[in-house]
Design a protein around this ligand. Structure first.
Ligand code: CO
Ligand code: CO
Length: 321
């Protein structure tokens, strides 16, 4: 699956995080000792409003920098646009949304590239910086840690409901605010408290990204599924079978390393739901958990939920109760 992970072009003495660990972003040590963090993310529309799509695409691209404990510095814009089918005014609205979000993050747009594309695509390559002692990879979770999630999940299911015309306006509005919210506050809270590991919850869903963290850390997890925060209306949509294709594929992958017990199909799909611009999943020492929850709450993150524990047993696997 990672054909280049030991290729000469992916190995270097100053490469701190590269392709081999499946982490959120690449990290390179600079001559002055600081670490440079780089990531790229772009996707097709997930909501109807062009400005909202732009805001969400920017928040999502910035998120990998925050997940590594970094601060975003510069961004390059990536655009695919069907110039014969959609007006450039519409593209202008997308860009204004994206740029406003970068500005909120204190991140400079310094260039980009656009191509003619039958399907619209939008996103960014982002560069940030982090002090070595603030770097959070997905490989540092330790037995006894608690797991904290900073946004509710369900945006994949809701995006599908939007496309099918089945989502209620209040549910759509909530999902947009969740997806467009920066993970900057969550990253600041992590930096203040000190945590062991973090990743952001995106396309592989909560359990897919948790699974990567468990493999990278050599530990297992127990998740209390009732503690996982959901966007209102998600369970009804999942019960009604409104589920994106990616979520179904995620669940098949996740079931190989998850003991779901007697959880029903809808709940399993939700835990595997492919997220856009989800929150940070943080592994923190048990003794610091409440301090982290308080710091997240002070930063007004959309959630600050303790959802489970890291255990020594059965590394790479999740047990749900
Ligand atoms: Co990520
Ligand atoms: Co990413």
């Amino acid at each position: 699956m990672r054909p280049l992970h030991n290729h000469p072009t992916t190995l270097h003495p100053d490469l701190v995080v590269g392709l081999s660990s499946g982490d959120d972003a690449g990290v390179l040590r600079l001559p002055d000792g600081r670490l440079m963090v780089q990531t790229v993310d772009y996707f097709t529309p997930v909501v109807d409003e062009p400005g909202d799509w732009g805001r969400i695409a920017a928040a999502n691209a910035l998120s990998d920098i925050y997940a590594m404990g970094g601060t975003p510095s510069t961004a390059l814009q990536l655009i695919g646009w069907p110039r014969d089918k959609l007006s450039f005014d519409l593209l202008g609205e997308v860009i204004l949304g994206g740029v406003a979000k970068l500005q909120e993050a204190g991140c400079l747009l310094i260039g980009g590239h656009s191509i003619d594309d039958p399907e619209p695509k939008y996103g960014f390559a982002v560069t940030g910086f982090v002090e070595p002692d603030q770097l959070t990879t997905n490989g540092g979770a330790r037995p006894g840690d608690r797991l904290v999630l900073t946004k509710p999940i369900g945006t994949g299911i809701i995006s599908t409901a939007i496309k099918n015309g089945r989502a209620e306006p209040n549910v759509i509005a909530e999902a947009i605010e969740v997806m467009a919210g920066l993970n900057a506050g969550a990253a600041r809270a992590m930096a203040v408290v000190g945590v062991h590991a973090a990743t952001d919850v995106t396309g592989f869903g909560l359990f897919g990204h948790l699974g990567e963290m468990l493999v990278a850390s050599g530990v297992g997890a127990i998740i209390e599924h009732r503690s996982v925060p959901l966007i209102e209306g998600v369970r009804q949509l999942a019960n009604a079978g409104v589920v994106p294709g990616g979520t179904g594929r995620n669940l098949i992958a996740v079931e190989r390393f998850t003991d779901f017990g007697d959880l029903d199909a809808a709940d399993r799909l939700i835990l595997a739901d492919a997220q856009t611009s989800g929150g940070l999943l943080i592994s923190v020492a048990a003794a610091k958990t409440l301090e982290l929850v308080e710091a997240l709450t002070a930063e007004n993150t959309r959630a600050a939920a303790i959802i489970g524990d890291i255990v020594e047993d059965r590394p790479g696997t999740i047990a749900v109760w």
